[in-house]
Write a protein that binds this ligand. Structure first.
Ligand SMILES: NC(=O)C1=CN([C@@H]2O[C@H](COP(=O)(O)OP(=O)(O)OC[C@H]3O[C@@H](n4cnc5c(N)ncnc54)[C@H](O)[C@@H]3O)[C@@H](O)[C@H]2O)C=CC1
Length: 486
């Protein structure tokens, strides 16, 4: 029997009589995994009410008390890693070798990091001379809502919930409709870890449910992971109530391979930055700029290693490239590949949907490399969010920096070189919020993550996240009688 999944509010499943529903499918097979209730305005109101009721006493708890709950939740995530990774693989189509190695671990690390940090969240003392001093308090914002994308559902839920809860807020999370399952598992884990009811709620649905959250007068902040057009719509709608907004959006990031780079490492970085999760990663380095002197060597190596990748059943531990998220998304990716073929780029590897055997039931696309790309081609400008690498030649440092920055996005960038002075010089000139030197797509929780330009604003992870989940209250304390002209 296919499970029916309701919202999770005030510590319990919250079914809704007569609710509109949608089917959540495994994209690798087309099988229905669950029937999910769409949260309407009554459900969203109920979630906001539950969150508001719970938040005051959570804010009054000490940071250490809040941190202990997050640490217990992290331990439960680690204990259930295999089960959670399996659910994530069924829901996203991503290989089990990825979900077991990254998703659940990253979620647990985030809860551990902010669990540890919770007791250190503090304001500052300000000396104002003999007659006064001041201090600031870092106070929770109140009820916050977070809206997720479908590529890393559990990780996104943890990256938003951990700092929000550590700072004393209550949170309402809306997963992407393609991947509703693991947020509900996380809700159950929080409850088991002792998180008071009402502090972590889950509502499901599409754009309309998201809009209800963004417009709700009692929600004080929105954190979105999604596409650039959604980010703009959310920022505009949030202006009606002047909500605070954090946006983690898309990108078309540059990965630069200098002539003195370790080419094997650069190839590994470019493959990680284009084919991991079948390319469904916002920070991917989809524009690979290679110095003319090492261009052929790089291209030969990346072609050979890409053609060896194993496409297959996401549940098979040997599979390296799984299914894309949905037939609609696959069609979009395939049309970008067609545009690449028609637009004059040289197809070096891949370029097709895989239909053999059981793969025909899913959304499997070969890892694809285009070479001899020019900056004006659509595949060089549009975010594809699939396994498509575009390779460009360059001659000079100034030239490649200008070309790398010539995009409305600014999420990530990387430089591969053995000359560390050059690496730092180039990184300082690149317009991107998250950068790597001689690596790609590693995102340790300790480092802030986020974008510049149209890739969004606000930061997740690191101490920087605390600023985005707290308000600052300034307090002036007089130590002498009030001097007044009246
Ligand atoms: N920078 C980052 O951290 C990441 C960014 N992304 C970006 O996300 C995109 C892919 O994810 P999708 O789920 O297709 O993005 P999307 O923008 O279509 O949807 C994201 C979420 O927003 C909700 N939503 C859509 N319209 C809304 C509205 N008007 N008001 C409120 N909520 C709304 C959706 O239901 C979903 O939960 C890519 O462009 C990718 O670059 C994905 C992962 C990480």
């Amino acid at each position: 029997m296919i499970a029916r999944r309701a919202a999770f509010i005030a510590g319990t499943a919250w079914p809704q009589a007569g609710a509109e529903t949608f089917e959540d499918r495994n994209p690798a097979t087309g099988d229905v995994l669950a029937v999910v209730e769409v949260a309407n305005s009554d459900i969203v109101d109920r979630a906001v009410e539950a969150a508001g009721e719970a938040q005051a006493s959570w804010a009054a708890a000490t940071g250490a008390e809040r941190g202990r709950v997050l640490l217990r939740a992290a331990a439960l995530l680690r204990a259930r890693l295999k089960d959670l990774a399996r659910i994530e693989t069924l829901d996203t189509g991503r290989p089990i070798q990825e979900t077991e190695a990254v998703d659940i671990v990253s979620g647990a690390e985030c809860l551990e990091y902010f669990g540890g940090l919770a007791a250190t969240i503090a304001g500052e003392f300000v000396d104002l001379g003999k007659t006064a001093f001041g201090y600031t308090r870092r106070e929770p914002i109140g009820v916050v809502a977070a809206i997720g994308a479908w590529n890393y559902p559990l990780q996104i839920a943890c990256w938003k919930a951990a700092p929000a809860l550590a700072c004393g807020n209550a949170i309402i999370f809306k997963p992407a409709p393609q991947t509703p399952l693991t947020a509900l598992e996380l809700a159950a884990i929080f409850k088991e870890a002792g998180l008071p009811d009402g502090l972590f709620n889950v509502v499901n649905g599409f754009t309309e449910t998201g809009r209800l959250l963004v417009l709700h007068p009692k929600i004080r902040k929105i954190s979105l992971t999604g596409s650039v057009p959604t980010g703009k719509a959310v920022a505009m709608a949030a202006a009606a109530t002047l909500k605070r907004v954090s946006l983690e959006l898309g990108g078309k990031s540059p990965l630069i391979v200098c002539e003195d780079a370790d080419i094997d490492s650069a190839v590994s970085g470019a493959m990680l930055g284009n084919f991991y999760s079948a390319g469904e990663i916002c920070s991917n380095g989809t524009r690979v700029f290679v110095h003319r002197r090492v261009y052929d060597r790089f291209l030969d190596a990346v072609k050979t290693r890409t053609q060896r990748l194993t496409i297959g059943d996401p549940l098979d531990p040997r599979t390296q490239i799984g299914s894309l998220i949905s037939p609609e998304h696959m069609d979009k990716v395939l049309s970008h590949i067609e545009a690449g073929k028609m637009g004059g780029a040289e197809l070096v590897a891949g370029g097709n949907r895989r239909m053999d055997g059981a793969l025909g039931r899913g959304c499997f696309v070969e890892p694809t490399i285009f070479a001899q790309c020019s900056d004006a081609m659509p595949i060089a400008q549009e975010e594809i969010f699939g396994p498509v690498m575009a390779v460009f030649e360059f001659d000079t440092e100034d030239e490649v920096i200008a070309r790398a920055n010539a995009t409305p996005y600014g999420l990530s960038a990387a430089v591969f070189t053995r000359d560390l002075a050059r690496a730092h010089r180039m990184i300082a000139r690149l317009e991107a919020g998250t950068c790597w030197i001689n690596h790609y797509n590693v995102t340790p929780i300790e480092l802030p993550f986020g974008g510049m330009k149209q890739s969004g604003y606000g930061r997740e992870n690191g101490r920087a996240a605390i600023e985005h989940y707290t308000d600052v209250k300034s307090v002036y304390v007089a130590l002498a009688p009030v001097e007044s002209p009246y």
